[in-house]
Design a protein around this ligand. Structure first.
Ligand SMILES: Cc1cc2nc3c(=O)[nH]c(=O)nc-3n(C[C@H](O)[C@H](O)[C@H](O)COP(=O)(O)OP(=O)(O)OC[C@H]3O[C@@H](n4cnc5c(N)ncnc54)[C@H](O)[C@@H]3O)c2cc1C
Length: 320
């Protein structure tokens, strides 16, 4: 047991994980440099996995030992607590070599950047991922979140996902078993499942049409979203029949600031770190916005961003 009562000895775990070939492991690593929000305290142990084999070996070891495990992809949809993350945190790093093509089917390591996958598909005249142009993060994270934009979603192209279950067993999902919905999937229900590999089916199309569509989407984002700011994209899920950004503007919270965090004045759906904010300050903006929208419209916004790590504040618990 460690000082927090977890079944985990940081030193022992560090020594054992170091022996797994191909993994890089470090202790007490601040996560602020890795997250898109640029906040987050230290991970006790941070492990980088860059292919399915070393990720599988790590997850099976962690499950056998019963250590706490957190998986991060591109850290583009997470708010990591200032207190950091206890136990083992594994970040899936991108490796373009991990993309395989079989006709119109692409299979990739879960850590592969969605952008890289879309570029690879375009280069091979495969259409279906154009919508993802400009969505940061990994294909694994995109499957968890059922990421989407401009009418396209991951759901439309994913045919198979390999993962490790809570007992450390390799498993596979196909088609409807993913239980995709709006920013919803099997993996948001089964928080202990770790995606290792994703297969997509795409359509053949001439490369120019694909590149033109991607350029149009990229231009649209550039005009409408605060891409130069630190954020995690849309802060809240879209409420039924409405848009979170529109509601936030309507109640006068567009451009709202609290300390070093606030709501974008370009797109009210984005909560941003203006520079030097803490994770708690950003979380407070989530609470302020949710309260303002609820008081004036009766609609209770639900965060799309995942709150990760050790959050001690009671009010923030209500966002998780
Ligand atoms: C500027 C900006 C624009 C954005 N635009 C969009 C958009 O248009 N549409 C959209 O849908 N999203 C958007 N996002 C949000 C984000 O990019 C997506 O949700 C993305 O798919 C998350 O992927 P990730 O790898 O970064 O996941 P992370 O943020 O690292 O993780 C997200 C969740 O998935 C879990 N997870 C990650 N990888 C795995 C795995 N291999 N196995 C199990 N669990 C895993 C994590 O534990 C966490 O709960 C935007 C974000 C930013 C910063």
């Amino acid at each position: 047991m460690d000082k927090n009562g977890l079944p985990f000895s940081q030193e022992d775990a560090f020594r054992v994980i170091q022996k797994i070939e191909g993994l890089t492991v470090s202790q007490n690593v601040p996560l602020s440099e890795m997250t898109r929000f640029q906040v987050g305290g230290p991970a006790d142990l941070l492990v980088w996995a860059d292919n399915r084999e070393n990720l599988t070996e790590l997850v099976q070891l962690v499950r056998r030992e019963g250590w706490p495990l957190t998986i991060l992809g591109g850290c583009s949809n997470v708010l990591v607590a200032d207190a950091g993350i206890r136990g083992v945190t594994c970040v899936l790093s991108s490796d373009m070599m991990c993309i395989r093509r079989d006709g119109q089917e692409l299979t990739a390591f879960a850590g592969t950047r969605l952008d890289d996958l879309a570029a690879y598909a375009a280069k091979h005249g495969l259409s279906g991922l154009e919508f993802s142009c400009g969505i940061p993060g990994s294909i694994g994270g995109a499957v968890v979140m059922n990421a989407g934009a401009f009418g396209g979603t991951v759901e439309q192209v994913v045919i198979r996902t390999k993962y490790i279950d809570s007992a450390g067993q390799p498993r596979m999902l196909e088609g409807g078993d993913h239980r995709f919905g709006y920013r919803q999937s099997f993996f948001l229900e089964q928080r202990d499942a770790v995606i290792t590999e994703v297969s997509l089916r795409l359509e053949s199309l001439d490369r120019l049409s694909i590149y033109e569509q991607m350029a149009e989407y990229a231009w649209n984002r550039y005009q409408k979203q605060p891409l130069a700011e630190s954020s995690a994209g849309s802060a809240f899920r879209r409420p039924e029949g409405n848009y979170a950004g529109a509601l936030i503007s309507e109640v006068g919270m567009k451009g709202y600031t609290r300390g070093r965090a606030g709501v974008s004045d370009l797109h009210a759906g984005f909560i941003i770190n203006h520079g030097g904010a803490s994770a708690s300050e950003i979380a407070q903006v989530f609470l302020d916005v949710r309260k303002a929208v609820f008081q004036k419209t009766g609609i209770r916004l639900i965060p799309e961003v995942r709150f990760i790590g050790t959050w001690e504040e009671d009010d923030i618990q209500s966002l998780i």
